[in-house]
Design a protein around this ligand. Structure first.
Ligand SMILES: C[S@@+](CC[C@H](N)C(=O)[O-])C[C@H]1O[C@@H](n2cnc3c(N)ncnc32)[C@H](O)[C@@H]1O
Length: 446
Protein backbone atom coordinates (compact mmCIF):
# COMPACT_ATOMS: atom_id res chain seq x y z
CA UNK A 1 0.00 0.00 0.00
CA UNK A 2 1.27 3.49 -0.84
CA UNK A 3 1.60 5.79 2.12
CA UNK A 4 1.92 9.52 2.24
CA UNK A 5 4.74 11.48 3.72
CA UNK A 6 3.37 10.85 7.19
CA UNK A 7 2.98 7.11 6.73
CA UNK A 8 -0.77 7.42 6.21
CA UNK A 9 -2.55 5.49 3.41
CA UNK A 10 -2.51 7.47 0.17
CA UNK A 11 -3.71 5.33 -2.75
CA UNK A 12 -7.22 5.74 -4.14
CA UNK A 13 -8.15 8.46 -1.63
CA UNK A 14 -9.31 10.62 -4.49
CA UNK A 15 -11.42 7.96 -6.14
CA UNK A 16 -13.17 7.00 -2.93
CA UNK A 17 -13.52 10.62 -1.88
CA UNK A 18 -11.60 9.69 1.26
CA UNK A 19 -9.30 12.71 1.32
CA UNK A 20 -11.24 14.84 3.74
CA UNK A 21 -10.84 18.53 4.52
CA UNK A 22 -8.25 17.77 7.25
CA UNK A 23 -8.48 21.16 8.92
CA UNK A 24 -5.45 20.39 11.09
CA UNK A 25 -3.47 20.71 7.85
CA UNK A 26 -4.57 24.36 7.40
CA UNK A 27 -4.25 27.61 9.33
CA UNK A 28 -7.27 26.61 11.48
CA UNK A 29 -5.04 24.22 13.41
CA UNK A 30 -2.61 27.01 14.33
CA UNK A 31 -4.69 28.95 16.83
CA UNK A 32 -3.49 28.61 20.44
CA UNK A 33 -0.13 27.23 19.38
CA UNK A 34 2.07 29.78 21.06
CA UNK A 35 3.34 32.49 18.76
CA UNK A 36 1.89 30.65 15.76
CA UNK A 37 -1.54 31.51 17.14
CA UNK A 38 -0.95 35.26 17.62
CA UNK A 39 -2.99 36.31 14.62
CA UNK A 40 -5.33 34.22 12.58
CA UNK A 41 -4.19 35.24 9.12
CA UNK A 42 -5.19 33.76 5.80
CA UNK A 43 -1.69 33.19 4.40
CA UNK A 44 -0.78 30.75 7.17
CA UNK A 45 -0.43 27.07 6.34
CA UNK A 46 -0.40 24.08 8.63
CA UNK A 47 2.13 23.93 11.43
CA UNK A 48 1.36 20.22 11.71
CA UNK A 49 2.44 19.66 8.13
CA UNK A 50 5.58 21.76 8.50
CA UNK A 51 6.63 19.95 11.66
CA UNK A 52 6.23 16.59 10.00
CA UNK A 53 8.31 17.73 7.03
CA UNK A 54 11.00 19.16 9.30
CA UNK A 55 11.18 15.96 11.36
CA UNK A 56 13.50 14.55 8.65
CA UNK A 57 16.04 17.31 9.13
CA UNK A 58 18.33 18.52 11.90
CA UNK A 59 20.79 21.13 13.14
CA UNK A 60 23.23 20.42 10.28
CA UNK A 61 20.60 21.67 7.79
CA UNK A 62 19.82 25.22 6.76
CA UNK A 63 16.25 25.76 5.65
CA UNK A 64 15.03 28.34 3.15
CA UNK A 65 11.42 29.58 3.20
CA UNK A 66 10.99 31.86 0.15
CA UNK A 67 7.30 32.72 0.81
CA UNK A 68 7.36 33.03 4.55
CA UNK A 69 4.00 34.73 5.17
CA UNK A 70 3.17 34.55 8.87
CA UNK A 71 6.43 32.71 9.51
CA UNK A 72 5.17 29.17 10.15
CA UNK A 73 8.29 27.52 8.70
CA UNK A 74 10.97 29.78 10.24
CA UNK A 75 9.30 29.70 13.65
CA UNK A 76 8.97 25.91 13.58
CA UNK A 77 12.64 25.72 12.55
CA UNK A 78 13.73 28.15 15.27
CA UNK A 79 11.94 26.09 17.92
CA UNK A 80 13.41 22.84 16.58
CA UNK A 81 16.97 24.21 16.58
CA UNK A 82 17.26 24.32 12.77
CA UNK A 83 18.61 27.47 11.13
CA UNK A 84 16.33 29.10 8.59
CA UNK A 85 16.32 32.11 6.27
CA UNK A 86 12.96 33.38 5.10
CA UNK A 87 11.78 35.92 2.53
CA UNK A 88 8.48 37.68 1.98
CA UNK A 89 7.40 40.62 -0.14
CA UNK A 90 4.92 41.96 2.39
CA UNK A 91 6.49 44.33 4.95
CA UNK A 92 3.76 43.73 7.54
CA UNK A 93 4.35 39.96 7.40
CA UNK A 94 8.10 40.48 7.63
CA UNK A 95 7.59 42.60 10.77
CA UNK A 96 5.31 39.95 12.28
CA UNK A 97 7.70 37.13 11.48
CA UNK A 98 10.72 39.03 12.85
CA UNK A 99 8.86 39.53 16.10
CA UNK A 100 7.88 35.86 16.29
CA UNK A 101 11.52 34.88 15.82
CA UNK A 102 12.79 37.20 18.58
CA UNK A 103 14.41 35.52 21.57
CA UNK A 104 12.93 37.63 24.37
CA UNK A 105 14.43 38.10 27.84
CA UNK A 106 12.73 36.31 30.73
CA UNK A 107 11.26 39.55 32.10
CA UNK A 108 9.38 40.44 28.91
CA UNK A 109 6.09 38.55 29.55
CA UNK A 110 5.57 40.35 32.89
CA UNK A 111 6.56 43.69 31.31
CA UNK A 112 3.93 43.18 28.58
CA UNK A 113 1.16 42.57 31.12
CA UNK A 114 2.20 45.61 33.16
CA UNK A 115 2.44 47.89 30.14
CA UNK A 116 -0.94 46.63 28.87
CA UNK A 117 -2.56 47.74 32.15
CA UNK A 118 -1.16 51.27 31.59
CA UNK A 119 -2.43 51.30 28.02
CA UNK A 120 -5.84 50.23 29.31
CA UNK A 121 -5.87 53.09 31.84
CA UNK A 122 -4.99 55.61 29.15
CA UNK A 123 -7.56 54.17 26.73
CA UNK A 124 -10.32 54.44 29.35
CA UNK A 125 -9.79 58.19 29.78
CA UNK A 126 -12.02 60.36 27.63
CA UNK A 127 -9.78 62.42 25.37
CA UNK A 128 -9.54 64.21 22.06
CA UNK A 129 -10.74 62.28 18.97
CA UNK A 130 -8.07 59.72 18.21
CA UNK A 131 -6.27 59.01 14.93
CA UNK A 132 -7.87 56.49 12.63
CA UNK A 133 -6.44 54.84 9.52
CA UNK A 134 -7.54 55.86 6.05
CA UNK A 135 -9.14 52.49 5.37
CA UNK A 136 -11.79 52.53 2.64
CA UNK A 137 -15.30 52.44 4.17
CA UNK A 138 -13.91 52.16 7.67
CA UNK A 139 -17.47 52.49 9.04
CA UNK A 140 -18.20 49.02 7.67
CA UNK A 141 -15.46 47.62 9.89
CA UNK A 142 -16.19 49.33 13.22
CA UNK A 143 -18.95 51.50 14.61
CA UNK A 144 -17.86 55.00 15.67
CA UNK A 145 -17.52 54.35 19.45
CA UNK A 146 -15.44 51.19 18.87
CA UNK A 147 -13.26 53.00 16.36
CA UNK A 148 -12.71 55.83 18.85
CA UNK A 149 -11.77 53.38 21.58
CA UNK A 150 -9.38 51.52 19.26
CA UNK A 151 -7.76 54.81 18.26
CA UNK A 152 -7.16 55.73 21.93
CA UNK A 153 -5.66 52.32 22.69
CA UNK A 154 -3.43 52.55 19.63
CA UNK A 155 -2.17 55.99 20.64
CA UNK A 156 -1.42 54.77 24.14
CA UNK A 157 0.60 51.91 22.65
CA UNK A 158 2.59 53.98 20.21
CA UNK A 159 3.13 57.03 22.46
CA UNK A 160 3.78 55.65 25.96
CA UNK A 161 3.73 58.10 28.85
CA UNK A 162 6.60 56.21 30.52
CA UNK A 163 9.55 54.76 28.62
CA UNK A 164 9.34 51.04 27.85
CA UNK A 165 11.42 48.51 25.91
CA UNK A 166 10.70 48.57 22.13
CA UNK A 167 10.04 44.80 22.22
CA UNK A 168 7.20 45.39 24.70
CA UNK A 169 5.62 48.00 22.41
CA UNK A 170 5.82 45.56 19.48
CA UNK A 171 4.15 42.82 21.51
CA UNK A 172 1.42 45.23 22.60
CA UNK A 173 0.88 45.92 18.90
CA UNK A 174 0.13 42.21 18.40
CA UNK A 175 -2.41 42.39 21.23
CA UNK A 176 -3.88 45.47 19.53
CA UNK A 177 -4.16 43.64 16.19
CA UNK A 178 -6.09 40.85 17.90
CA UNK A 179 -8.39 43.36 19.59
CA UNK A 180 -8.92 45.34 16.41
CA UNK A 181 -9.96 42.29 14.41
CA UNK A 182 -12.02 40.77 17.22
CA UNK A 183 -14.11 43.91 17.50
CA UNK A 184 -14.54 44.35 13.73
CA UNK A 185 -17.76 43.43 11.93
CA UNK A 186 -16.05 40.66 10.02
CA UNK A 187 -16.53 36.95 9.74
CA UNK A 188 -13.44 34.84 10.10
CA UNK A 189 -15.02 31.47 9.44
CA UNK A 190 -13.95 31.35 5.80
CA UNK A 191 -10.58 31.48 4.15
CA UNK A 192 -11.24 35.01 2.99
CA UNK A 193 -12.34 37.74 5.43
CA UNK A 194 -15.86 39.06 4.78
CA UNK A 195 -18.19 41.55 6.46
CA UNK A 196 -20.59 40.02 8.95
CA UNK A 197 -24.19 39.52 8.02
CA UNK A 198 -26.91 39.98 10.64
CA UNK A 199 -27.09 36.93 12.89
CA UNK A 200 -23.63 35.76 11.82
CA UNK A 201 -21.65 34.81 14.92
CA UNK A 202 -18.50 33.36 13.40
CA UNK A 203 -16.27 36.12 14.83
CA UNK A 204 -14.13 35.51 17.88
CA UNK A 205 -16.05 37.89 20.16
CA UNK A 206 -19.71 38.60 20.58
CA UNK A 207 -21.01 41.92 19.19
CA UNK A 208 -19.46 44.95 20.95
CA UNK A 209 -21.52 45.88 24.00
CA UNK A 210 -22.97 49.35 24.54
CA UNK A 211 -19.79 50.41 26.25
CA UNK A 212 -17.40 50.11 23.34
CA UNK A 213 -14.49 51.55 25.30
CA UNK A 214 -14.79 48.87 27.97
CA UNK A 215 -15.19 46.13 25.34
CA UNK A 216 -12.01 47.24 23.59
CA UNK A 217 -10.08 47.54 26.86
CA UNK A 218 -11.20 44.10 28.07
CA UNK A 219 -10.35 42.47 24.76
CA UNK A 220 -6.97 44.20 24.71
CA UNK A 221 -6.06 43.12 28.26
CA UNK A 222 -7.03 39.51 27.51
CA UNK A 223 -5.05 39.58 24.25
CA UNK A 224 -1.97 41.06 25.96
CA UNK A 225 -2.10 38.32 28.62
CA UNK A 226 -2.34 35.63 25.90
CA UNK A 227 0.54 37.14 23.96
CA UNK A 228 2.66 37.28 27.13
CA UNK A 229 1.80 33.66 27.99
CA UNK A 230 2.59 32.50 24.46
CA UNK A 231 6.19 33.68 24.70
CA UNK A 232 7.27 30.65 26.72
CA UNK A 233 5.55 28.10 24.46
CA UNK A 234 8.22 26.45 22.28
CA UNK A 235 10.35 29.60 22.02
CA UNK A 236 13.06 29.92 19.37
CA UNK A 237 16.30 28.25 20.43
CA UNK A 238 18.40 29.32 17.43
CA UNK A 239 18.56 32.56 15.48
CA UNK A 240 16.58 32.53 12.25
CA UNK A 241 16.24 35.44 9.85
CA UNK A 242 13.51 36.90 7.68
CA UNK A 243 14.13 39.50 4.97
CA UNK A 244 11.88 41.70 2.88
CA UNK A 245 12.43 40.71 -0.73
CA UNK A 246 11.17 39.33 -3.99
CA UNK A 247 11.52 35.59 -4.35
CA UNK A 248 11.29 35.86 -8.13
CA UNK A 249 14.90 37.04 -7.83
CA UNK A 250 16.17 34.99 -4.90
CA UNK A 251 19.92 35.48 -5.26
CA UNK A 252 19.35 39.25 -4.95
CA UNK A 253 16.76 38.96 -2.18
CA UNK A 254 18.84 36.84 0.20
CA UNK A 255 21.75 38.06 2.34
CA UNK A 256 25.00 38.07 0.35
CA UNK A 257 26.80 36.03 3.04
CA UNK A 258 24.12 33.32 2.93
CA UNK A 259 24.92 29.66 3.33
CA UNK A 260 23.92 27.13 0.66
CA UNK A 261 20.48 25.97 1.77
CA UNK A 262 19.92 22.25 2.17
CA UNK A 263 16.11 22.25 2.54
CA UNK A 264 13.17 24.32 1.28
CA UNK A 265 9.80 24.06 3.00
CA UNK A 266 7.28 26.50 1.63
CA UNK A 267 3.83 27.29 0.38
CA UNK A 268 3.84 29.82 -2.47
CA UNK A 269 0.72 31.84 -3.29
CA UNK A 270 -1.78 29.69 -5.15
CA UNK A 271 -3.15 30.82 -8.52
CA UNK A 272 -6.61 31.42 -7.11
CA UNK A 273 -6.80 35.22 -7.28
CA UNK A 274 -6.70 35.56 -3.51
CA UNK A 275 -4.96 38.78 -2.55
CA UNK A 276 -2.95 38.74 0.68
CA UNK A 277 -2.88 42.53 0.67
CA UNK A 278 -6.66 42.62 0.54
CA UNK A 279 -6.94 40.08 3.35
CA UNK A 280 -4.40 41.85 5.52
CA UNK A 281 -5.52 45.43 4.88
CA UNK A 282 -6.93 46.22 8.34
CA UNK A 283 -3.63 45.21 9.97
CA UNK A 284 -1.56 46.99 7.34
CA UNK A 285 -3.51 50.27 7.56
CA UNK A 286 -3.54 50.41 11.37
CA UNK A 287 0.15 49.59 11.65
CA UNK A 288 1.11 52.11 8.98
CA UNK A 289 2.25 49.67 6.28
CA UNK A 290 -0.39 51.07 3.91
CA UNK A 291 -1.86 54.52 3.66
CA UNK A 292 -3.82 54.50 0.39
CA UNK A 293 -5.46 52.26 -2.17
CA UNK A 294 -2.94 52.95 -4.92
CA UNK A 295 -0.04 51.75 -2.72
CA UNK A 296 -2.06 48.65 -1.82
CA UNK A 297 -2.60 47.77 -5.49
CA UNK A 298 1.06 48.43 -6.32
CA UNK A 299 2.22 46.14 -3.52
CA UNK A 300 -0.20 43.46 -4.69
CA UNK A 301 1.25 43.75 -8.19
CA UNK A 302 4.69 42.85 -6.78
CA UNK A 303 3.21 39.76 -5.14
CA UNK A 304 2.93 36.63 -7.24
CA UNK A 305 -0.71 36.13 -8.17
CA UNK A 306 -1.81 39.55 -6.90
CA UNK A 307 -4.64 41.25 -8.80
CA UNK A 308 -6.16 43.65 -6.28
CA UNK A 309 -6.90 47.29 -7.08
CA UNK A 310 -4.59 48.77 -9.71
CA UNK A 311 -2.87 45.38 -10.02
CA UNK A 312 -5.82 44.40 -12.23
CA UNK A 313 -5.23 47.20 -14.72
CA UNK A 314 -1.48 46.53 -14.64
CA UNK A 315 -2.23 42.88 -15.48
CA UNK A 316 -4.39 44.05 -18.38
CA UNK A 317 -1.34 45.67 -19.91
CA UNK A 318 0.99 42.72 -19.19
CA UNK A 319 2.53 40.67 -21.99
CA UNK A 320 4.60 37.48 -21.64
CA UNK A 321 8.30 38.22 -21.23
CA UNK A 322 9.18 35.81 -24.03
CA UNK A 323 12.07 34.24 -22.08
CA UNK A 324 11.19 30.66 -22.91
CA UNK A 325 7.95 28.76 -22.69
CA UNK A 326 6.35 27.21 -19.66
CA UNK A 327 7.55 23.63 -20.17
CA UNK A 328 4.27 21.82 -19.60
CA UNK A 329 2.37 19.94 -22.30
CA UNK A 330 -0.57 22.01 -23.55
CA UNK A 331 0.18 24.94 -21.22
CA UNK A 332 -0.60 27.39 -24.02
CA UNK A 333 -3.85 25.60 -24.78
CA UNK A 334 -4.88 25.70 -21.09
CA UNK A 335 -4.14 29.45 -20.91
CA UNK A 336 -6.04 30.01 -24.15
CA UNK A 337 -9.03 28.05 -22.87
CA UNK A 338 -9.11 30.01 -19.59
CA UNK A 339 -8.64 33.25 -21.52
CA UNK A 340 -11.66 32.45 -23.68
CA UNK A 341 -13.87 32.78 -20.58
CA UNK A 342 -12.15 36.01 -19.55
CA UNK A 343 -8.99 37.32 -21.24
CA UNK A 344 -7.66 38.71 -17.94
CA UNK A 345 -7.75 35.29 -16.29
CA UNK A 346 -5.72 33.72 -19.11
CA UNK A 347 -3.13 36.44 -18.62
CA UNK A 348 -3.28 35.95 -14.85
CA UNK A 349 -2.41 32.26 -15.12
CA UNK A 350 0.32 32.90 -17.68
CA UNK A 351 1.97 35.57 -15.55
CA UNK A 352 1.65 33.47 -12.40
CA UNK A 353 3.70 30.66 -13.96
CA UNK A 354 6.24 33.02 -15.52
CA UNK A 355 6.82 34.39 -12.00
CA UNK A 356 7.09 30.90 -10.52
CA UNK A 357 9.49 29.90 -13.28
CA UNK A 358 11.70 32.86 -12.48
CA UNK A 359 11.58 31.87 -8.79
CA UNK A 360 12.54 28.23 -9.44
CA UNK A 361 15.41 29.18 -11.77
CA UNK A 362 16.83 31.52 -9.09
CA UNK A 363 16.23 28.93 -6.38
CA UNK A 364 18.58 26.46 -8.06
CA UNK A 365 21.43 28.95 -7.57
CA UNK A 366 21.08 29.27 -3.80
CA UNK A 367 20.76 25.59 -2.91
CA UNK A 368 23.41 23.08 -1.88
CA UNK A 369 24.01 19.91 -3.93
CA UNK A 370 21.52 17.29 -2.77
CA UNK A 371 19.10 19.89 -1.31
CA UNK A 372 15.47 18.82 -0.75
CA UNK A 373 12.51 21.02 -1.72
CA UNK A 374 8.93 20.62 -0.48
CA UNK A 375 6.36 22.94 -2.07
CA UNK A 376 2.80 22.89 -0.80
CA UNK A 377 0.51 24.01 -3.62
CA UNK A 378 -3.17 23.93 -4.49
CA UNK A 379 -4.72 23.42 -7.92
CA UNK A 380 -7.42 25.73 -9.31
CA UNK A 381 -10.36 25.68 -11.64
CA UNK A 382 -11.31 28.53 -13.97
CA UNK A 383 -14.75 28.01 -15.51
CA UNK A 384 -14.57 24.40 -16.71
CA UNK A 385 -10.82 24.28 -17.05
CA UNK A 386 -8.85 22.58 -14.31
CA UNK A 387 -5.40 24.09 -13.86
CA UNK A 388 -2.97 21.27 -12.96
CA UNK A 389 -0.82 23.51 -10.75
CA UNK A 390 1.08 20.62 -9.16
CA UNK A 391 2.00 19.15 -12.55
CA UNK A 392 3.21 22.50 -13.86
CA UNK A 393 5.38 23.02 -10.76
CA UNK A 394 6.85 19.55 -11.23
CA UNK A 395 7.62 20.35 -14.89
CA UNK A 396 9.25 23.66 -13.93
CA UNK A 397 11.47 21.92 -11.36
CA UNK A 398 12.54 19.30 -13.89
CA UNK A 399 13.23 21.98 -16.49
CA UNK A 400 15.46 23.82 -14.00
CA UNK A 401 17.57 20.70 -13.47
CA UNK A 402 16.00 19.29 -10.29
CA UNK A 403 15.77 15.50 -10.02
CA UNK A 404 13.49 12.93 -8.31
CA UNK A 405 10.55 15.27 -8.74
CA UNK A 406 7.33 13.84 -7.32
CA UNK A 407 3.83 14.96 -6.42
CA UNK A 408 1.98 13.85 -3.30
CA UNK A 409 -1.72 14.58 -2.73
CA UNK A 410 -2.34 15.68 0.84
CA UNK A 411 -5.90 16.92 1.20
CA UNK A 412 -9.08 18.01 -0.41
CA UNK A 413 -9.42 21.79 -0.29
CA UNK A 414 -13.02 22.77 -0.68
CA UNK A 415 -16.32 21.18 -1.41
CA UNK A 416 -15.41 21.26 -5.12
CA UNK A 417 -14.43 17.72 -5.89
CA UNK A 418 -11.44 18.49 -8.12
CA UNK A 419 -9.61 20.87 -5.77
CA UNK A 420 -6.73 19.43 -3.75
CA UNK A 421 -3.56 20.42 -1.99
CA UNK A 422 -0.30 18.71 -2.92
CA UNK A 423 3.32 18.60 -1.94
CA UNK A 424 5.68 18.86 -4.88
CA UNK A 425 9.00 17.31 -3.86
CA UNK A 426 12.16 18.04 -5.85
CA UNK A 427 15.87 17.58 -5.25
CA UNK A 428 19.08 19.17 -6.42
CA UNK A 429 21.37 16.54 -7.95
CA UNK A 430 24.41 15.66 -5.85
CA UNK A 431 26.71 16.14 -8.82
CA UNK A 432 26.66 19.11 -11.27
CA UNK A 433 24.03 18.81 -13.94
CA UNK A 434 24.87 16.95 -17.09
CA UNK A 435 23.20 19.69 -19.05
CA UNK A 436 25.43 22.41 -17.59
CA UNK A 437 28.49 20.22 -18.29
CA UNK A 438 27.36 20.05 -21.95
CA UNK A 439 26.79 23.82 -21.87
CA UNK A 440 30.36 24.38 -20.73
CA UNK A 441 31.67 22.06 -23.44
CA UNK A 442 29.66 23.94 -26.06
CA UNK A 443 30.81 27.37 -24.97
CA UNK A 444 34.43 26.24 -24.77
CA UNK A 445 34.23 25.27 -28.45
CA UNK A 446 33.16 28.76 -29.54
C1 LIG B 1 0.64 31.00 0.91
S1 LIG B 1 1.39 32.39 1.63
C2 LIG B 1 2.66 31.70 2.64
C3 LIG B 1 2.13 31.05 3.85
C4 LIG B 1 3.17 30.77 4.88
N1 LIG B 1 3.78 29.50 4.63
C5 LIG B 1 2.54 30.83 6.27
O1 LIG B 1 2.41 29.82 6.92
O2 LIG B 1 2.11 31.92 6.65
C6 LIG B 1 2.33 33.07 0.31
C7 LIG B 1 3.21 34.24 0.70
O3 LIG B 1 3.98 34.59 -0.43
C8 LIG B 1 4.25 35.98 -0.35
N2 LIG B 1 4.69 36.43 -1.68
C9 LIG B 1 3.95 36.65 -2.79
N3 LIG B 1 4.73 37.05 -3.79
C10 LIG B 1 6.00 37.07 -3.33
C11 LIG B 1 7.25 37.40 -3.92
N4 LIG B 1 7.33 37.81 -5.18
N5 LIG B 1 8.36 37.29 -3.14
C12 LIG B 1 8.27 36.90 -1.85
N6 LIG B 1 7.11 36.61 -1.24
C13 LIG B 1 5.99 36.67 -1.97
C14 LIG B 1 2.93 36.56 0.12
O4 LIG B 1 3.13 37.83 0.71
C15 LIG B 1 2.46 35.50 1.12
O5 LIG B 1 2.84 35.85 2.41
Amino acid sequence: MNVDLFGEPLTDVRSRGGLGRHDHLTFRGNVALGRHGWLRLTPAYSLHLVRRLLARYGPHDVVLEPFSGTGTTPLACAAAGIRCHAVDINPFLVWLCKLKLTRFDDGVPAAVVKAAARVADAAREPGAPAWQPDLHQIEKWWDAPTLGALGCAWEAIRKPRRPRAPAVTELLSIAFCRTMIQTAHVSLGHQSMSFKKPGDDVGLLSEPSGDARQTVVNAFLAAAREVADSLVVEPPVVDCEVVLGDSRHLPAALPSDRPRYTVVVTSPPYPNRMSYIRELRPYMYWLGYLSNGRAAGELDWQAIGGTWGCATSLLNGWTPNGQGQIPFPHFDRIVEEIGRGHALLGRYVHKYFEDIKSHIVGLRDVLAPGAHCHYIVGNSKFYDTLLPVEGIYAALFEDAGFVDVGVETIRKRTSKKELFEFIVHAHVPHRPRERSARGVARSSRT
